[in-house]
Structures are given as C-alpha cells and as structure tokens.
Design a protein around this ligand. Sequence first.
Ligand SMILES: [Zn+2]
Length: 199
Amino acid sequence: MYCPQPMLHLIQCLSALPGIGEKTATRLALYIMNQTEADALQLARSILEVKEKVHLCSRCFNFADSVECAICRNPSRDAHLLCVVETPGDLMAIEKAGHYKGLYHVLHGAIAPLDGVGPDQLKIKELLQRVSAEAMQEIILATNPTVSGNASALYISQQLISAGVRITRIAQGVPSGGDIEYIDEGTLRSAFDGRREMK
Ligand SMILES: [Zn+2]
C-alpha cells in the first residue's frame, strides 16, 4: 500500500489499540488527515493530557485528576459501603447504571497464578488496610464471575473473616431480558444457587 511515512506511523499506532484492526486504523488515519489542524491538535493534546494529569486515587485506586477521585471526595456517597471491582472500567459500568451509592476499591486485576498475578500484584493489601481504618459495614465483592474473579473474591473474603464486616458477593445468573433456553449451564446453576424469596 502506498502511504507517506507519517501516515503509516499513525496507522501503526492506531492499529495497536484494542479492537482496532488495520482497516479501521486506516479509516481513522484518513479521517484525521481530513480534519482541521485545530481538531487534530485537540485529539493529540487530549491524549497527552490524560497521561500527564490522570493518575490513581490515593484511596480507592480509581482514575483521578487530584489526590482523591471525585467519588471518594463526594460527601453524599455512603462511606459504610465498599464495592470491590477489578478495573476502573468495571467501576465506570456500575456508575453508569446509577444505582450504587457507596464507595469503591479498584484491585487493578484479579488473581491469576498461571499469569504470575498473585495478591501482592493487586491492591489487596491496601484494601485490607482501608477496611481496618475506615468505618465499613459491608464489602461487596463485584469481581467478574470468572475463575480469577471468583478466586480473588474468595481470597479477599478469607482475609476479611476477622474484620467484623459483612461480606457479600454480587449475584450471578440469568441476565435481565435473557432467555433461559439459551443460557449456559454454569450461569443457570449460579441462578438457582442465588435464588431469593419472592416478596
Ligand atoms: Zn477514589
């Protein structure tokens, strides 16, 4: 493919992003070429700005642009409730749902011994310190329902046994709008295990 070197470089950089193949990267590069210089600069600056100004919250390890993130700084959040998630993306999804009003703790991964990820590589030590320092009443383990997510939830719940705090795990089962006929066996088993009284 004929392409000036700077454009080739841009296509290479874009295609290194997750979910973007060479075709999409080429389309994006052509789009950027047709943008005004001001718009292209704004895109370039916004990339630099997130790298310069966004870091991890000192308390919950969510992304933040000051020492603590906006959720930790918000006095109307319920500081007795703590939701443990694997990634800032998981936190964003829960926030988007708009139902949860407590605080968070982001582990930045899940326990996966085969990939060399143990408890020490995650923000688990910091979580245990928080639980003993802050007046928590309930820890909601919202790690993914995968082998490593479940292993992380189990490990954390064992570490917190003596903490005198309620430990819960998010429910697993049939998604809303789902069709039982097409749901896999593991999910269906979880749905039966997690059944609740009708009120
Ligand atoms: Zn925070």
